[in-house]
Design a protein around this ligand. Structure first.
Ligand SMILES: CC(C)(COP(=O)(O)OP(=O)(O)OC[C@H]1O[C@@H](n2cnc3c(N)ncnc32)[C@H](O)[C@@H]1OP(=O)(O)O)[C@@H](O)C(=O)NCCC(=O)NCCS
Length: 182
């Protein structure tokens, strides 16, 4: 186990009504490749990557680092949710003083439209607010990414700022531990 600030990682698997959030395992590799190779998934996050390149480069256990949860439905991975401190590059771009945790999410297209991302992100935020009481969480998404914008609103993120980056309008929002509307 590793320490992410003061928090021991990984936590015990988090169970929701329909899902399990857990540390990545080797059996998630095919789904992780599927995610990165999907043009639909990549639309607002830098595009799909060639499958043959992914087959060569994705590690045996994909995404194994503190803050990354695999989201599992009926025993199979359907996506990733990540909660990690913003890197220095983003801090200088958006909020020079910030060391906030940032929420990221990515689900296989066949799992869109069932509320799984909302359910998983709400559980991850709940875990985070227990592990880091009072700490805010931030999120950046393209405003054109309508699904992601709706998800951010449902989770309770509120707008701080919009800005242009990578040729698109970006939305920067912030979340404080409050009741979530699912
Ligand atoms: C962003 C992303 C996670 C959103 O996925 P999603 O499935 O739309 O999100 P939700 O879990 O909130 O599901 C909401 C939909 O499920 C529907 N739904 C069905 N059953 C539901 C239930 N039991 N509970 C809640 N919602 C339910 C909702 O009505 C809503 O439908 P709508 O899209 O027609 O409004 C997904 O589009 C994705 O992975 N995109 C690619 C990666 C990406 O762009 N990430 C953002 C990086 S910043």
């Amino acid at each position: 186990m590793t320490e992410s600030r003061t928090v021991v990682w990984p936590p015990a698997p988090i169970r929701t009504e329909r899902l399990v959030l857990r540390e990545p395992e080797a059996r998630d590799r095919a789904a992780a490749i599927e995610l990165s190779a999907s043009p639909e998934v990549g639309t607002y996050v830098g595009g799909a990557r060639p499958r043959d390149e992914l087959e060569r480069t994705v590690p045996e256990v994909p995404g194994r680092r503190p803050g990354v949860f695999v989201v599992e439905l009926d025993g199979a991975m359907i996506g990733f949710v990540e909660l990690n401190r913003r890197d220095a590059e983003h801090r200088s771009q958006v909020r020079p003083d910030a060391g906030e945790a940032e929420l990221g999410y990515m689900f296989l297209p066949q799992a869109w439209g069932y509320g799984y991302a909302t359910e998983a992100c709400a559980a991850a935020l709940d875990w985070f607010s227990g592990a880091h009481p009072g700490d805010p969480v931030v999120l950046t998404t393209q405003t054109a990414n309508a699904r992601s914008m709706r998800l951010a609103a449902k989770l309770g993120f509120t707008e701080v700022q919009r800005y242009e980056e990578w040729g698109a309008e970006q939305w920067f929002g912030r979340w404080f531990p409050v009741a979530l509307s699912r």
